[in-house]
Design a protein around this ligand. Structure first.
Ligand code: SAH
Length: 347
């Protein structure tokens, strides 16, 4: 029987140091290897050039480095790049590089599919197959950083957890990936450049506040009226808006970081004045701003983007109430790379 080797990236720095001590080598080697894996994002032992040949062979005998591979790349006419990413077990997720002026944002996936059931989202139509490991999330970031350098001559500047999946439902692995992305031994990116987007799971928002990771929080609100929200995001029956608000107030108390509400306005769903009023009341309860995002069609006609007038009316009322809002145009629509369109459609 062939013995399956352990994935070296499942080991912490301490465990790597221990491994080398047990081999009669200096624990410092563990740190060197850790830096190759998490600072340089390298995928082969052979490339660890400051280790002796014997050490590289020792690693080769004992471990593997499971890693993702960009299986297919599609480029939008607006510069957006969508990657179909193959995981080590052959499953596919998608990640997106979004060039914005002189910055590059990576939109990463946290689960294969999604366990939530937002009616307007293409990913929700796929079953949740499994959570991504921390390294699979990390690798998406490294791949997009490399693409940004190659195509735009600049490193990646921001990361948003707005790809496939609900990041808070894969809490531990997402936290570990953020730790590897932000720690000095890892990629050393500032947590201020990381935004976690959640459909709103109160208990886990509180946990995130307690964990003090200093990342930004975005909440997919779409309606501040419970009855409407339950219709379009059925899981929210279990997580009512009152509980969501309580968790957001807790978040602000603990972190002093403003919350962003993501909001799509649909014809006949939430484009009337009662929804605008409810949103304003909701926003006043905790420091926040609103990102009005364009609806991206997902191939059925259940939802339709509201009129320009209705969307402008939202912004006028929000502004009059001193609530900051932006109207965000979608990127990468022509390649199904925009919000809510990630569904592993192959070309
Ligand atoms: N599960 C997380 C992150 C993934 S989606 C969350 O719910 O926040 C990223 C954003 O796209 C969310 O605000 C989501 O509500 C929104 N979205 C989903 N489907 C969309 C669609 N078809 N058009 C526009 N935005 C959509």
């Amino acid at each position: 029987m062939t013995q399956t080797k352990k994935d070296i990236r499942a080991l912490s720095m301490e465990e790597l140091q221990q491994f080398f001590s047990q081999q009669g080598d200096r624990p410092f080697r563990g740190k060197q290897v850790y830096q190759w894996l998490w600072n340089k994002g390298i995928h082969s032992f052979e490339g660890m050039t400051n280790l002796s040949k014997a050490t590289r062979e020792l690693l080769e005998t004992n471990f593997v480095i499971n890693h993702i591979a960009v299986d297919q790349q599609q480029r939008s006419k607006d510069g957006t790049i969508k990657n179909a990413v193959k995981l080590f077990d052959g499953r596919i997720v998608e990640s997106v590089l979004i060039p914005v002026k002189d910055r590059t944002t990576a939109c990463v996936s946290s689960q294969v599919g999604c366990s939530l059931d937002c009616l307007f989202c293409a990913t929700a139509k796929l079953d949740r197959m499994r959570n991504l490991n921390a390294d699979e999330i990390f690798d998406q970031v490294v791949a997009i950083d490399q693409q940004s350098k190659a195509y735009f001559q600049r490193p990646l500047s921001n990361i948003v957890f707005m790809g496939m999946g609900e990041p808070l439902m894969n809490y531990n692995n997402v936290m570990e990936s953020i730790q590897k992305i932000t720690s000095p031994e890892g990629l050393g990116m500032s947590p201020k450049r990381v935004t976690l987007s959640t459909s709103g799971i109160p208990k886990l928002i509180k946990k995130l506040a307690d964990d003090k990771l200093a990342v930004n929080l975005a909440v997919s609100l779409h309606s501040a009226i419970q009855e409407t929200r339950e219709k379009i995001m059925p899981f929210s029956q279990r997580f009512p808006l009152v509980d969501l608000m309580e968790s957001l107030q807790y978040w602000y108390e603990k972190t002093a970081r403003m919350i962003t509400y993501e909001y799509v306005v649909w014809k006949g769903v939430n484009d009337d004045i009662s929804h605008i009023r409810a949103l304003i009341d909701f926003c006043k309860k905790v420091p926040s701003k609103v990102n009005i995002i364009e609806y991206n069609a997902i191939g059925d006609d259940a939802f339709e983007q509201a009129s320009v007038e209705a969307i402008n009316q939202y912004q006028e009322f929000l502004t009059a109430s001193k609530i900051t809002s932006t109207i965000r145009r979608s990127r990468g629509k022509d390649i199904d790379a925009a919000c809510g369109q990630l569904a592993n459609k192959q070309v």
